[in-house]
Design a protein around this ligand. Structure first.
Ligand SMILES: Cc1ncc(C[n+]2csc(CCOP(=O)(O)OP(=O)(O)O)c2C)c(N)n1
Ligand SMILES: [Mg+2]
Length: 265
């Protein structure tokens, strides 16, 4: 296991690799990836087990599949996929599809991208692990706009009822969705109270504070866990942070140079 300082460095590298992949692919959804870079770093470089030794491999579901660019960056940093392969992101015929899909790689074994479904899939995986007397854990990242979908709350109800204490859902609470502010479109608040009322151990945390995130992951209880990660969309690239336009825009010209520079520091 890496130290917390190393996880922080992993997050920086994930951001830098994300921009490098964006440079090659010329596509968007970059800010959605950057928003969860610290969460991915904690999961892949501290919290999750990948089946080494006698440990069972945990499952990860990127319910906000449109952020795949940073998941691919993470898997490349982890050494599970060659960087030459991940830079084929979004190209016709590439296995690095815009949203995660088959063929799967180590650390990536579920397709996603149609928002709203990942939490339910994760509930199924967590319940199956319990029925198999397996100590596998299941981790799922959902986005905040995604939490406006009813299926999320069906999963919340189910996991609470079955006390799926092997399930952790992290909400990337960046307050922006594709076309506006989450709070203006359909507010989620009081968000933590809602998860708690569904029977979840709910931990609001600064989603860019690696130490706080790690502590939240390490906390145990007999309930499913919801980490509400307070994040900034586009975190790490100054002109992208909190700017709705960067949900879809590709990086070009001087913007690209600035993003490469800022994420390499
Ligand atoms: C069911 C479904 N509807 C629409 C989309 C298109 N879409 C992709 S990202 C997005 C909004 C993303 O906002 P949010 O959920 O807050 O994610 P963020 O990028 O902020 O993490 C939408 C509507 C989708 N992927 N799936
Ligand atoms: Mg959002």
């Amino acid at each position: 296991m890496m130290s917390k300082i190393d996880v922080r460095e992993a997050a920086r590298k994930i951001r830098n690799l994300t921009i490098k992949i964006a440079e090659k692919s010329g596509t968007g959804h970059i800010a959605s990836g950057l928003s969860m870079a610290d969460i991915l770093a904690c999961l892949y470089f501290s919290e999750m087990r990948f089946g080494d030794g006698n440990a069972e491999a945990d499952h990860f579901v990127l319910s906000k599949g449109h952020g795949a660019i940073s998941l691919y960056a993470t898997l490349s940093l982890k050494g599970f996929i060659d960087f030459d392969v991940v830079t084929e992101y979004h190209r016709l015929g590439s296995t690095m599809t815009s949203f995660p899909s088959e063929p799967f790689y180590r650390g990536l074994d579920f397709a996603s991208g149609s928002l709203g479904h990942g939490a339910s899939v994760s509930c199924g995986l967590a319940l199956a692990a319990k029925l198999d007397s397996s100590n596998k854990r299941v981790y799922c990242i959902v986005s905040d706009g995604e939490c406006q979908e009813g299926a999320i709350w069906e999963a919340a109800l189910f996991a609470g009822h079955h006390q799926l204490d092997n399930l952790t859902v992290v909400v990337d609470y960046n307050k922006l969705q594709a076309l506006g502010k989450v709070g203006d479109i359909v507010t989620l608040e009081p968000f933590a109270d809602k998860w708690r009322s569904f029977g979840w151990d709910t931990i609001p945390v600064d989603g860019h504070d690696v130490a706080a995130l790690t502590n939240a992951f390490e906390k145990t209880s007999n309930k499913p866990k919801c980490i509400i990660a307070d994040t900034i969309k586009g975190k790490g690239v100054s002109f992208m942070e909190g700017d709705l336009n960067w949900h879809y825009l590709p990086l070009k010209g001087e913007y690209l140079g600035k993003a490469l520079l800022e994420t390499s520091l």
